[in-house]
Write a new protein. Sequence first.
Length: 267
Amino acid sequence: MSHTNSATNHNWTVEIVPAHAERTDVLTGLVREIFVTMIPGTDERDILSALAQLKAAGFKPVPHVAARGFRDDHQLQYFFEGLRDHAIEKVLVIAGGLSSPSGPYDSSLQVLQSKAFQNSGISTVAIAGHPEGNPVDGEAEKSLVKKLDLLSEQGNGAEIVTQWSFLPEKVNAYLKEMETVGPGIAVRVGVPGPASLKTLLKYAKVCGVSASTAVLKKQGFSLGRLLLSGDPSKFINKVNRSQNFHLYPFGGLEKSAKWLREYNQSA
């Protein structure tokens, strides 16, 4: 199903690192949900503190739960108990950025199967989608279906939040595929906020957005300048089948908030 891609119909979320929770006043009136990352080396207490700040500011925080970062069952249990104490209802469960696990959890599926999660009171789980493929999982679609099936069996709501991309045609193909793979499951499309090409390429390498990077290099960065440099709306206007977007503020939180406010006002 195709949608009229009007900014007035869009629903936005954004993600931040825990240290930026105190700077989110610039997002007031722009987003309701703010995702909070769990990058390697982050202390879970800092994440819990950020969640409290966001709730106090009137936002709905959605913490990442990165499976490979947990040293043992006790640490995972501690984190989920902290989420319950903060009345968190939704999480994004991912494998995480580590190449090998710190403890017994190597995948997001294992976290979803854990007693810590099942006793957490979490009602909705966001899981990662990869329009350009998952560089560390050659059977990403099968893995996605397993997670969706498990969440359904456990009575949890589900949504998909995609990795960002430079290529709207890849995103559109993925959205069409998800209508069959996960019918009825909302897909939130990842969008990099305004940033320099140098910054975007740096994050593309870290995030495994290989197809986009190859196209940029082949075309002398002209595609990147056309679609993204300073104005993500040019990318968004080429995406169909979804009105839900997730902003990655690579160029800075304030810069992304300014762009999103202007984008909404231009509708």
